[in-house]
Design a protein around this ligand. Structure first.
Ligand code: AMP
Length: 558
């Protein structure tokens, strides 16, 4: 614990909040929390540059809950006092969860309702009629309820939070947001959280905030080098596949890993490629139903999957593919429009709370600095360590330079180091990689994409009611199953020992544990065991030199 840092118990917070923080296991505030909470409690408006993973949700949630608790000491009437605007349903759910955890010991006094979900307005009406203290929602959803008079804020609202403000604009919520402001009272406290300070965010600042304190925390873009290791490696298209195959197959990359690619088609290309080698991975794709996406993330967080392949919001502007290809060009315009509005509301990888991600791999280099920061910010969150590795082709070199310059200006600690990997040593794998790449044709990718959407639609719609009754069975539903539109060659599953680079033979075991055991049995190799001995003692720890007592009868004599 850093004694110099202001601690939670020194912030004048309600005991119930402090207990919740302790229960969450947070020993001290993150940098943004340390700065933002006291200012917010003083009643200041805040504009904070905060990335996902910095603890930004609690930075506003704690003062919001504290203020509600304080208000309730004098005013008994139940009203909506705080509104949190988010760009995506996933973030809405995440914010609700976090606020409910923080309000766990005062849940009667502070009720939180997330209305960003897909349910009908009329289905959400009863929730709003109860006037929850905090309402979380996307601008369009909140505006619809305001227009339907399910929600009235003009006399009761005390606090407004706009989370991931930069994304609200890129997802096209600008008009809704402006219309929504007409329904708010003249005076309220506002918090604007944004990963980047774009011109749009500046404009919103003028509109929403009064004499705000601006928190641009030093080095806040990404954690420092001791927590987050960033590497880059130059490799062209084919080498990218070769390298990822080697890293994953030989388990040179360990722990939960997010692999980012530039477009949805490439997600499937990579998934099918890895499938050839029996390496399962999930695709997180904005075309999939929101329940599926949330389920994928939940299961990933629970440790069901090691690898998720995702695109970031950049890819959302790419034309929507699966529906178009199946429906032909006639319907293309309508489908594009539909898909675009759908994409806008449901960002895939931003604002979604992945937990305990050990590595981020940029299989395709992000097209902007912001995107790099958002992708890489998925690892090394809170106080955990993390690694980011970017594959950079010659066409992507300029983007790498841009990112390096931007990070250098932010924090000298943040530069990308070259990843020391001798590509020539894995040359032996090239033939099998080419073989696998050949099987993953455009047609196979298209089929896989369509097949998965169909599968997931079925999962999410048909099984919804069943899973509501049998929530345990939801665990059995996996999203990393093989899609198989490409011919899978069983022999590619295994890696013959002679192909493993010599320098790596001591650190990797290309054989599966079962095969290795079988081989050892056949060869009669005695397997070293680190299991406890029969008496339950670890022989390495309990061993004592007896100086040959058994032989000579007296200890220490020789
Ligand atoms: P956020 O930036 O709000 O998305 O938070 C990222 C993660 O950090 C979440 O999983 C939080 O539970 C966690 N977190 C937030 N505040 C703290 C803290 N003070 N100490 C440790 N973890 C925290």
């Amino acid at each position: 614990m850093d004694a110099e840092r202001l601690q939670f118990h020194e912030m004048g917070l309600d005991d119930r909040l402090l207990k919740a923080v302790a229960d969450l296991g947070w020993s001290q505030p993150t940098l943004i929390q340390e700065k933002a909470i006291p200012l917010a409690l003083e009643g200041k408006d805040l504009l904070a540059r905060a990335r996902t993973g910095s603890g930004k949700t609690a930075a506003y949630a704690i003062p919001v809950i504290q203020r509600i608790l304080t208000s309730k000491q004098s005013v008994r009437e139940q009203d909506v006092r705080a509104l949190v605007l988010v760009p995506t349903k996933e973030l809405g759910q995440q914010v609700q969860n976090m606020m409910r955890k923080l309000a766990a010991f005062c849940s009667r006094d502070v009720r939180v309702a997330d209305i960003s979900g897909k349910a009908d307005l009329s289905a959400q009406r009863p929730i709003l009629m109860e006037k929850p203290d905090v309402v979380v929602g996307t601008p369009s959803r909140v505006l619809a309820h305001l227009n339907a008079q399910n929600l009235v804020l003009h006399s009761t609202l005390e606090m407004l939070v706009v989370d991931e403000a930069d994304l609200l604009f890129s997802f096209g919520f600008e008009a809704d947001l402006k219309n929504l402001l007409c329904h708010l009272p003249k005076i309220y406290q506002s918090f604007l959280m944004s990963a980047t300070f774009t011109e749009d965010v500046q404009a919103l600042k003028e509109l929403l905030l009064h004499n705000p304190v601006i928190l641009k925390l030093q080095g806040s873009q990404l954690p420092g080098g001791s927590q987050l290791q960033q590497y880059s490696i130059k490799c062209e298209e084919e080498d990218k596949f070769l390298l990822i195959y080697t890293l994953l197959r030989l388990r040179l990359v360990q722990g939960k890993t997010l692999v980012f690619v530039g477009a949805v088609d490439r997600c499937y290309r990579l998934k099918l490629f890895l499938e050839q080698f029996s390496i399962p991975a999930c695709v997180l794709n904005s075309e999939l139903p929101v329940q599926s996406r949330c389920h994928i993330i939940t299961q990933f967080n629970q440790g069901f999957y090691d690898y998720i392949i995702a695109t970031d919001e950049q890819s959302l502007s790419a034309p929507a593919g699966a529906a178009q290809t199946s429906e032909g060009k006639g319907k293309r315009k309508a489908t594009e429009k539909e898909a675009k509005s759908k994409d806008k509301e449901y960002g895939v990888s931003r604002g979604v709370d992945f937990q305990n991600v050990s590595n981020v791999i940029n299989f395709d280099f992000p097209t902007t600095v912001d995107s790099y920061i958002h992708r890489v910010g998925r690892t090394a969150r809170a106080d955990n360590p993390g690694t980011a590795l970017s594959f950079v082709s010659s066409t992507e070199t300029a983007l790498l330079t841009e990112v390096e310059e931007a990070l250098m200006g932010d924090n000298a600690d943040c530069v990308l180091k070259p990843y020391q990997f001798k590509m020539e040593e894995i040359e032996g794998f090239r033939y099998r990689c080419r073989d696998a790449m050949r099987s993953v044709t455009k047609q196979a990718v298209r089929e896989a994409r369509l097949k998965e959407i169909k599968q997931e639609l079925l999962n999410s719609e048909k099984l919804k009611t069943y899973f509501e009754d049998n929530p345990r069975d939801l665990q059995l539903l996996r999203h990393d199953k093989d899609l198989h539109p490409a011919v899978v060659k069983p022999h590619l599953k295994n890696v013959p020992e002679y192909l493993v680079p010599e320098t790596l033979r001591s650190v990797v075991n290309p054989l599966s544990a079962r095969r290795k055991l079988r081989k050892e049995k056949q060869e009669g190799v005695a397997k070293p065991s680190f299991k406890k001995n029969v008496l339950g003692k670890n022989p390495l720890k309990s061993f004592r030199y007896t100086g040959g007592r058994n032989r000579k009868g007296k200890a220490g004599q020789s």
